[in-house]
Ligand binder design. Structure first.
Ligand code: F1X
Length: 403
């Protein structure tokens, strides 16, 4: 297996010029906190998740030392993607983790964590997801039992109500992010704060043309992926989509990001559930068997680059879909560019390069935000809440449909 760096070493297309790239070297900033607190805590969590060998433990300790006191070192030259990372990181090796783009530093951290746990090495640990114990515990929790049972109420609702409920649950499912919960152990009250709600535009898109292929770029597994799958079932069942493609990560990433094996685990969870959940699970299982639901995982989904730098083959795939729904915070950062944008920059201005109409469903968990009105921004800034990063606020952004 080899990996090549997509064009553009730092991947910043022309649409992404103009605002400063987010770095992590500002004490007190969200990005600084992720590198200073979240990453070391994650290493400890992974270290205690498995009976790793002395060599793996040493590698994890070395990584901890590197991210706290050292400078960035490249991957081993025998790593399958060494060349791609050598190109993406050529300006960054030897520097402090805090001084390079936040998106790059986070992505490389997760890649190095996999290297330390021998994830790609031929041998007994190959393919063992370091985050699987946490993902499994969540998937088999009683909270998920309750969420699955709640689906039994669906048939008593009208079709438009069902559509709206399922969209909302896919959106708020994004709060269930295991990396985020490392620092926010007790997520506060369920929030209802939608800072932008373009769901009408999204539904218009989905109904305006003959049903095509809807692409969903997944984010977290478990409590986010299940509502995503339920939404996909609804789109297929109700004729909003003739087919669906679910894009997942090719390997474990950002703690709970969904991989193919997480899709299978979630589907099995649905299939074995009673009531509506079981029916939905069996329909999705069949849809995979007939190709109406296709799951794909392009290497670009783990690249430290914005979507404006996507390679040609992925561009063609998205270009073939009637609508692409992009889930979560990290995907949002990559969609609009991980920069200190003026929050009133129009969403369409930054996403016009995308090869299909693209909708973002995201709870706000990092500094990036665009598409707000000036008035809204003033109100939010005056609210004294950490509205950009605490996951209490959310958005549905989609390009306006002009007839
Ligand atoms: O993409 P997701 O799962 O919604 O969120 C990912 C996240 O927890 O990780 C990043 C910081 O590590 C932030 O962008 C965000 O808070």
């Amino acid at each position: 297996m080899t990996a090549q760096a997509p064009r553009g070493r730092t991947g910043q297309g022309s649409n992404h010029a103009g605002a400063p790239v987010i770095l992590s070297n500002l004490p007190g900033s969200f990005a600084h906190g992720v590198l200073e607190k979240r990453h070391p805590a994650l290493i400890q969590q992974v270290r205690s998740a498995y009976p790793y060998s002395p060599q793996q433990r040493r590698a994890l300790d070395n990584l901890l030392e590197e991210i706290t006191d050292g400078s960035i070192t490249p991957l081993d030259t025998n790593a399958f993607d060494h060349e791609a990372w050598a190109a993406w990181g050529s300006d960054y090796f030897g520097r402090s983790w805090l001084d390079v783009p936040f998106l790059w530093a986070e992505s490389f951290f997760y890649r190095k964590l996999l290297a330390a746990t021998s994830y790609f090495e031929t041998g007994p640990w190959q393919g063992i997801d370091p985050f699987a114990p946490a993902k499994r515990a969540e998937l088999h929790s009683s909270v998920v039992d309750e969420e699955l049972r709640a689906l039994d109420a669906l048939p008593s609702r009208s079709a438009p109500e069902q559509a709206e409920m399922l969209l909302q649950s896919s959106l708020w499912g994004n709060r269930a992010d295991l990396g985020f919960r490392i620092e926010n152990a007790a997520p506060g009250a369920i929030a209802t704060n939608l800072v932008v709600d373009d769901s009408t535009s999204l539904w218009s898109r989905l109904t305006e043309v003959t049903p095509g292929t809807v692409a969903v770029v997944a984010d977290n597994s478990g409590r986010e992926l299940i509502p995503d799958l339920v939404l996909i079932d609804h789109l297929l069942q109700r004729g909003y989509a003739a087919a669906a493609v679910l894009h997942v990560k090719p390997y474990p990433y950002y703690v709970s990001d969904a991989t193919m094996s997480d899709v299978i685990d979630s589907l099995r969870r649905l299939v074995h559930a009673p009531g509506q959940a079981g029916e939905i699970g069996r329909r999705l299982w069949d849809a995979m068997g007939t190709g109406r639901l296709d799951v794909r995982s392009h290497p670009f989904f783990c690249a430290p680059l914005p979507y404006s730098a996507m390679p040609e083959d992925l561009r063609d795939e998205f270009g073939a879909s009637s609508v692409t729904i992009v889930k979560g915070d990290l995907n949002y950062r990559r969609l609009v560019g991980d920069r200190h944008w003026d929050a009133t920059t129009p969403y369409e201005d930054l996403t016009g390069y995308f090869p299909s109409p693209v909708a973002a469903l995201r709870t706000l968990k990092s500094d990036v935000i665009v598409g707000l009105s000036q008035q809204q921004l003033v109100t939010l800034e005056a609210s004294n809440q950490e509205w950009r990063t605490s996951g209490t606020h959310a958005l549905v952004q989609a390009p306006e449909v002009t007839r």
